[in-house]
Design a protein around this ligand. Structure first.
Ligand code: APR
Length: 321
């Protein structure tokens, strides 16, 4: 696959890390758009000046003019406000919906054939709005949440068991909010169920269940934990890495099975909403939603999370978006 043009809409914390990762991995030429004058130009100049050191020769350019994203193959949207301590992702709804609407209009105009990954929160609503405004096919508009939420879950499991995180597989489904659903039953270390390893460690079923419950809760609150520590914004290194994993699967047509915020058309019993589920990501975006059977409890948790997404989208529509 040839070199791609990648537009980053939003040159804040996540946008900056994205640009650096894309450049150092030579995934494509970067155009970073931000509304703040000179900010994207400054960040991109700074990154480009590391090209000799890191040995990349892609171009990294900042702009305040949407015209410069013309013909982009991939667009990653991080424009919008991040959370401050005490805020939920949903508190960002009105402000970020206004921003995403403008972003969507411009991406539609200047990069009408692009595949789009949304990162801005509240994620599920922002992806819904972006798709609605652009009218792009659902398979090329998706959101980043599950890759990060799953990585957080895997990290906590690896720390708890004292094993390499590389061998931990853990999946988080549902909306990107407090109702997200870490799937305990399939969490494994190279195929070995995590619950079995916890039971070995503690020689006690209820203690193992308690430890797992704490990891599930920490995963659900992990974004807030970082916000509380940073005080001035939200997580940015890990959301950038997660978006890059998605971008690479698309750019190199890897067909990785990643949890993404994808449009459901009956899958998992959901019709017409964007929800986090496993999907195959390839050169056309979402190639296929991967379904697997959930037990009763998992199904109830997912339904609860889907209901939270539905009410968020309803709130957004009530506000006129
Ligand atoms: N068009 C383009 N960029 C905009 C606009 C707009 N209308 N409004 C704001 N921005 C820019 C800001 O100028 C800022 O540089 O979006 C950038 C956002 O960057 P940060 O405030 O640093 O936020 P960041 O941590 O990158 O998170 C971005 O992703 O995870 C979510 O909740 C997070 O919604 C937030 C988004």
């Amino acid at each position: 696959m040839g070199l791609k043009k990648i537009a980053l809409i939003g040159g804040g914390q996540i946008g900056g890390v994205l640009a650096q990762l894309i450049a150092s991995k030579q995934l494509g030429d970067v155009v970073m758009y931000d509304i703040v004058e000179d900010l994207p130009q400054g960040k991109c100049l700074d990154i480009a000046e590391a090209s000799r050191i890191d040995g990349f020769d892609v171009s990294v350019k900042g702009t305040n003019d949407y015209k410069d994203i013309e013909g982009s193959d991939l667009v990653i949207v991080t424009a919008g406000l991040p959370r401050k301590p005490g805020m939920s992702r949903d508190d960002l709804l009105v402000t970020n919906a206004n921003i995403i609407k403008t972003v969507a209009e411009n991406v539609k105009k200047f990069a009408p054939n692009s595949i789009v990954i949304i990162v801005s929160n509240p994620l599920d609503a922002m992806v819904t709005l972006f798709q609605k405004v652009t009218g792009f096919e659902h398979n090329r508009v998706m959101g980043q949440a599950g890759v990060l939420d799953s990585s957080r879950f895997a990290t906590f499991i690896a720390w708890e068991l004292g094993v390499s995180v590389k061998d931990v597989n853990a999946l988080v489904l549902g909306g990107h909010g407090d109702t997200m659903v870490p799937i305990v039953r399939y969490a494994n270390v190279n195929g070995i169920p995590v619950m079995e390893l916890l039971e070995q460690k503690y020689s006690d079923r209820s203690k193992a269940a308690e430890v797992m419950k704490a990891m599930v809760e920490r995963t659900k609150q992990a974004g807030g934990e970082v916000v509380k520590l940073l005080k001035t914004g939200s997580a940015f290194y890990s959301p950038a890495s997660a978006s890059i994993a998605m971008a690479e699967s698309i750019i190199f047509d890897e067909k990785r099975v990643l949890p993404v915020c994808a449009y459901l058309n009956g899958e998992y019993g959901v019709n017409g909403y964007y929800v986090g589920v496993p999907a195959i990501l390839g050169k056309n975006g979402i190639q296929k939603i991967v379904e697997f059977s959930l037990d009763q409890e998992e199904k109830a948790l997912l339904d609860n999370s889907v209901n939270a997404v539905k009410s968020l989208v309803a709130d957004m529509e009530r506000l006129g978006f």
